[in-house]
Design a protein around this ligand. Structure first.
Ligand SMILES: Nc1nc2c(c(=O)[nH]1)N[C@H]1C(S)=C(S)[C@@H](COP(=O)(O)OP(=O)(O)OC[C@H]3O[C@@H](n4cnc5c(=O)[nH]c(N)nc54)[C@H](O)[C@@H]3O)O[C@H]1N2
Ligand SMILES: Nc1nc2c(c(=O)[nH]1)N[C@H]1C(S)=C(S)[C@@H](COP(=O)(O)OP(=O)(O)OC[C@H]3O[C@@H](n4cnc5c(=O)[nH]c(N)nc54)[C@H](O)[C@@H]3O)O[C@H]1N2
Ligand code: SF4
Ligand SMILES: [Mo]
Length: 684
């Protein structure tokens, strides 16, 4: 009889759901990963991706030993080396650069794992101790995050479970069935209880299919729609005057701006029917409680931050916050109790104040170092929990940057991604079933513990262990390197993360999760986390940043032109998670192949039939994939579902070959969905 055990964990992926996992282990092998039925938000259900987790874990292509480059940069040719050789060589290279200028070293990481330990602990200590450049982690949520903070004072909002009690739910810039499945379960419950569901999305997504109404607006026009809704709330007197008077700031000025946006004007900007906007305003003004599930899809455009601000004003205008099932949720990560300073030790910087480089500009950063805009040239980059060559905008530049022969690149990875192909060293990292971690969530308000279920495969080491090992090597080269800060084990780091908080480690061990004590309705009586304590429609502090103190509608950087007449958005494919899982066979087969969704009229005008091979191009580059005329794209807008690896692409590129590096109005974030292209049938 095999020895069978079950181990509780947490899904590490960059997904608002942060599911609680149960891994079944037979004689040291993980045979099944399931949802923990005891955890309410997970409800025992996992998405298709993580239901197949063992396939990713035991994938034949997994990197299981340290690799050293043996061919030209970017060739993907490597030779196995020992950990000792890799660590000592890497430490020597970094030490030599640090002696000249530590700011020439750049860490590059994002949320490949959302764990506090493997995502933001020893790594931060290591780079702080070195004095390396800091990274502005803007690639995903910064426009909306900073906009929300400017309005509510933080990433705070409705508790996700109370959406089940709402009467009206606006699913705004979110394909919940794809990217927030466990919210969709609550929305379904509300629907069964009689709620109306409205989807606001340029794409007729799987979620739009299942909502009562779909407003298929043009990308980057959400602020205009929000202002028109305000206009209708004002002229029809659907306002909660008392809530506005007590708990908001700047209403007179906002009102004046909103009155400039009658539905007729917004309809033109948004590409919607006037009646659709009126109808939505009526629903929003008269349904109680009304809730908005705002998501990040609508903020990946030039005016994304201001659009979030405009939308975030709506619940205060109708007093939706008075009820726990009313209000808005963009992100709940602001309730996170973790002791980040103890994990990351910013004090290791001492008096040094290294420059901060923006991860969303990595192409320019790597190519243009040594000038006034970017400062000293980057000589070494250490990448972990991210695949920038595939996911960062304007990939031709990102690829050229990573292909620099004079750049020393270390990549901690599970697989030979496009980025790993460009490394000097690839270091094998453990996966979630093999290490300790602790997780907050940006879609619910629980804390989850991840216990290792099995021993690491091959020679894999956890991220935290790799930085611990590198620190030990650095200490040999530099007596001033404070090695004593790198001794805590991964499990001890979990405990550090919750030291002096309301979260109890033994409770986490026993159940796998714990609730953060919170009120049901966060802003029922104001209590916003802003300096004024109010919902700041008008935020005077923004003036110093050169941002309009009132929300405004900013048109996209790249409106379609005669040369590039189609707007392109590139939201995630359902069965991948960003570029993760794109190499997992069963999930790849579900997504079939890289596709561009195109409206039948736009296809017909170009003689394109379903399945045809396409050239999609603009001044920045060219991406080839197959046409999908599946009814999801609106006229004038094409949809390149992401994020395939470049090396899987028909011409060795992916959709980010077309995107640009201009930044959002607030939050210095990329504008992935603000992009104009031309599409033609490729010659065979
Ligand atoms: N299966 C799966 N789940 C994921 C991910 C994944 O890759 N795959 N990624 C994870 C990550 S990192 C994130 S940040 C979230 C992302 O998930 P969301 O925050 O939901 O954002 P997106 O998926 O980028 O876009 C959501 C929807 O917004 C629409 N959209 C695009 N432009 C606009 C616009 O201008 N206005 C409006 N109103 N809508 C627009 C898109 O068509 C898309 O259907 O999902 C996470 N979950
Ligand atoms: N065109 C377009 N581009 C986009 C987007 C889009 O919608 N359209 N979405 C953007 C968004 S929202 C985001 S968040 C970014 C995401 O971009 P990334 O943060 O780069 O996310 P992934 O592509 O999932 O890559 C994460 C990598 O981390 C690795 N990893 C996972 N766990 C660990 C670990 O424990 N240790 C180590 N060392 N590695 C690990 C995985 O194997 C994977 O290769 O992409 C952005 N790019
Ligand atoms: S990716 Fe999201 S939905 Fe899937 S298991 Fe992880 S947290 Fe849950
Ligand atoms: Mo993201």
């Amino acid at each position: 009889m095999p020895h069978i055990s079950q181990v509780r964990g947490a899904c590490p992926h960059d997904c608002p759901d942060t599911c609680a996992l149960v891994t079944t282990v037979a004689d040291g092998t993980a045979i099944k990963v399931q949802g923990n039925t005891a955890h309410g938000h997970t409800g025992g259900v996992l998405c298709a991706k993580v239901s197949k987790y063992t396939e990713r874990h035991y994938h034949a292509d997994r990197v299981l030993q340290p690799l050293k480059r043996s061919g030209p940069k970017g060739s993907g040719q490597f030779t196995p080396v020992s950990w000792d050789e890799a660590l000592s060589d890497i430490a020597q290279r970094l030490h030599a650069i640090a002696q000249r200028n530590p700011e020439a070293i750049l860490p590059y990481s994002y949320a490949g794992t959302m764990g506090m330990v493997q995502g933001e602990s020893m790594d931060r200590r290591f780079f702080h101790q070195l004095g390396a450049s800091l990274l502005d982690r803007t690639i995903c949520s910064n426009a909306g995050g900073e906009a929300l903070a400017a309005t509510y004072g933080g990433k705070l909002g409705m508790r996700v479970e109370f959406f089940a009690e709402s009467q009206l739910i606006l699913i705004w810039g979110s394909n919940s069935i794809t990217s927030n499945l466990h919210f969709w379960r609550y929305a379904q419950e509300a629907k069964r209880n009689g709620a109306k569901l409205v989807c606001i999305d340029p794409r007729k997504s799987e979620t739009a299919d299942k909502c009562h109404e779909h407003l298929q607006l043009l990308p980057g026009t959400d602020a205009a729609l929000a202002f028109a809704l305000m206009h209708e709330l004002i002229v029809n007197d659907w306002l909660d005057d008392d809530y506005i008077a007590q708990y908001t700031q700047g209403w007179d000025a906002l009102k004046e701006r909103a009155l400039q946006w009658p539905p007729e004007r917004a309809a033109q900007v948004c590409g919607l029917a006037v009646e659709q906007i009126r109808c939505l305003a009526r629903d929003y003004g008269t349904s109680k409680p009304a809730a908005i599930r705002l998501n990040y899809g609508m903020q990946r455009v030039r005016g994304g931050g201001n659009a979030v601000r405009a939308i975030a004003c709506l619940p205060a205008l109708v007093g939706a916050w008075r009820h726990r099932a009313g209000g808005l949720l963009l992100s709940s990560s602001g309730v996170s109790p973790f002791n980040r300073a103890a994990l990351q030790m910013p004090q290791l910087l001492g008096q040094r104040r290294p420059r901060t480089l923006n991860m969303s500009s990595i192409g320019d950063v790597l190519l243009h170092g040594g000038d006034a805009q970017f400062g000293p040239k980057v000589e070494a980059v250490v990448v972990y929990n991210s695949n920038p060559v595939a996911v960062a905008p304007e990939s031709a530049k990102v690829t050229a940057g990573f292909a620099r022969e004079d750049l020393f690149t270390v990549v901690l990875e599970h697989f030979m991604t496009d980025t790993a192909d460009h490394a000097d060293y690839v270091l094998p990292a453990t996966m979630q079933l093999e290490h300790w971690d602790i997780h907050g969530s940006y879609g619910h308000t629980d804390v989850l513990l991840n216990q290792p279920a099995i021993a690491p495969e091959g020679q894999a080491r956890s991220n935290a262990q790799i930085f611990r090992d590198l620190a030990a090597q650095m200490a040999k080269l530099d007596p001033a390197f404070a090695a004593e800060h790198f001794s805590e084990s991964d499990k001890a780091l979990v405990q550090t993360a919750i030291r002096h908080t309301a979260i109890n480690f033994d409770e986490l061990l026993a159940h796998g999760f714990a609730h953060i004590p919170l009120p049901d309705a966060p802003f029922a009586q104001g209590g916003f986390a802003t300096p004024s304590g109010k919902c700041e429609f008008d935020n005077p502090a923004l003036a110093r940043l050169g941002i309009s103190t009132l929300p405004e509608h900013l048109p996209n950087y790249e409106p379609p032109t005669a040369e590039y007449p189609l707007a392109m958005i590139s939201p995630p494919a359902r069965n991948f998670l960003n570029s993760t899982f794109a190499n997992v066979g069963s999930l790849q087969r579900m997504e079939e192949r890289p596709l561009l969704e195109i409206h039948p009229d736009d296809a017909a005008a170009r003689g394109i039939a379903d399945g045809d091979r396409l050239r999609i191009f603009n001044a920045r580059g060219e991406y080839h994939c197959h046409a999908s005329i599946n009814g999801r794209a609106r006229a004038g807008v094409v949809v390149g579902l992401g994020i395939w690896w470049r090396k899987q692409g028909l011409n060795g590129t992916n959709v980010n070959e077309l995107t640009h590096q201009q930044l959002t109005d607030i939050g210095r974030a990329p504008c992935f969905y603000d992009c104009a292209v031309q599409v033609l049938k490729a010659d065979l």
